[in-house]
Ligand binder design. Structure first.
Ligand code: PEP
Ligand code: MN
Length: 352
């Protein structure tokens, strides 16, 4: 990577499946300058009956990765027993998964089990967009004396999200960074994307937002992976993706990064706005069909004036200029009327 700074890389399979698969992945990554080799051996699964990891059977495989390739290794822990087993096996770094971060009891148990232990811990954001809960987990681990902490942004489960498996909601890691600037912030594009075609774009975004590194799931035969098959990359594809990343200068000196970060943020917001516009227009279309079927006029004036008033007031409450809000909504309303007119026309009944 020809870059002014090198991101901290964590790579390896979603799940350790067999000794051979773990070693093959590690061999593929050994030449790269990765900070940690990852492999999940205890897997929290949304649905029961799915593969829940090989458990402690996989720990010696990770030890072998250390011995053979001199790589540091990490795995997910979700309770005190996992912590004990992982530490006994010489795992170099532990991570707390998104589902665990949502549960303060569990995070506290892990923190308690780590009291007096000097091991790096990475904490993934909770599954839902709750910055305070994520920060709370850091407080618990710091309270247990853990000094070497990292944050992993893996996106958020948001109802109705289509493009990504977990919506990145970039403002949350940006706010995290402002609250805990000393904690390295790593992006996990794999769990955000859920689909390998999107990984490079999200990784670049993370670099543009000055994240400190990436955690990327890699597998020798991604399509055959027992978990998260659609989002994993071969080690070769991972290397190619990293080589394709454009690295920009970190730091505030010229203000360039601030500007890039802000513009990137604006682009993400625009993407979200466009997705919402498209959804809104889709609903307008359904409303048009309903009005047509029920012989209603396109303009329902009371509804329109209520909507305008409500949205202008809501905008004002959040500091958005009322004149601007009114303009925007008039424009949206016009577009929506045009859609509905199209529907009335389409089947030969003019709305005019
Ligand atoms: C994982 O890293 O494989 C994992 C289970 O991630 P998350 O906790 O982000 O869902
Ligand atoms: Mn995974």
């Amino acid at each position: 990577m020809s870059s002014p700074f090198s991101p901290l890389l964590i790579a390896g399979p979603c799940s350790a499946e067999s000794r051979e698969q773990v070693l093959a992945t590690a061999a593929g990554l050994a030449e790269m300058d990765i900070a940690y080799f990852r492999a999940g051996i205890w897997k929290p699964r949304t649905q029961p009956g799915a593969f829940e990891g090989v458990g402690r059977t996989g720990l010696p495989w990770l030890s072998e990765v250390k011995e053979r390739h001199g790589l540091k290794v990490c795995t997910e822990v979700a309770n005190a027993q996992h912590v004990e087993d992982a530490l006994k096996a010489g795992i170099d770094m532990l991570w707390i998964g998104a589902r665990t971060t949502t549960n303060p009891f569990q995070v506290q148990d892990i923190a308690d089990s780590l009291a007096g232990v000097d091991v790096p811990v990475a904490i993934k954001n909770p599954t839902h967009p709750d910055l305070a809960l994520w920060l709370g987990a850091f407080e618990r681990l710091e309270g247990a004396g853990i000094k070497d902490l990292m944050a992993i942004h893996r996106g958020f489960a948001v109802h109705g999200q289509k493009k990504f498996r977990n919506a990145p909601l970039w403002q949350i890691p940006i706010d995290f960074r402002n609250r805990l600037p000393h904690i390295p912030l790593i992006n996990d594009p794999s769990h955000i994307c859920g689909n390998r075609a999107l990984l490079a774009g999200v990784s670049q975004m993370a670099m543009d937002l000055a994240f400190d590194g990436l955690m990327v799931e890699t597998h020798p035969d991604p399509d055959a992976a027992w978990t998260d098959a659609a989002q994993q990359l071969t080690p070769e594809a991972f290397r190619a993706m990293c080589n394709g990343l454009v690295m920009r200068k970190a730091g505030d000196a010229a203000g360039v990064d601030d500007l890039t970060a802000l513009r990137t943020e604006i682009n993400m917001i625009d993407d979200a706005l466009i997705e919402l516009f498209a959804r809104r227009m889709g609903i307008s279309e359904k409303i048009g069909q309903y009005k047509k079927a029920n012989g209603l006029t396109i303009l329902q004036n009371k509804r329109w004036s209520d909507l305008l008033k409500r949205n202008v007031e809501q905008g004002a409450a959040q500091g958005v200029d009322p004149g601007f809000m009114a303009e925007i909504y008039k424009s949206i309303h016009q577009a929506s009327i045009a859609i509905q007119r199209g529907i009335m026309h389409r089947d030969g009944h003019s709305a005019e």
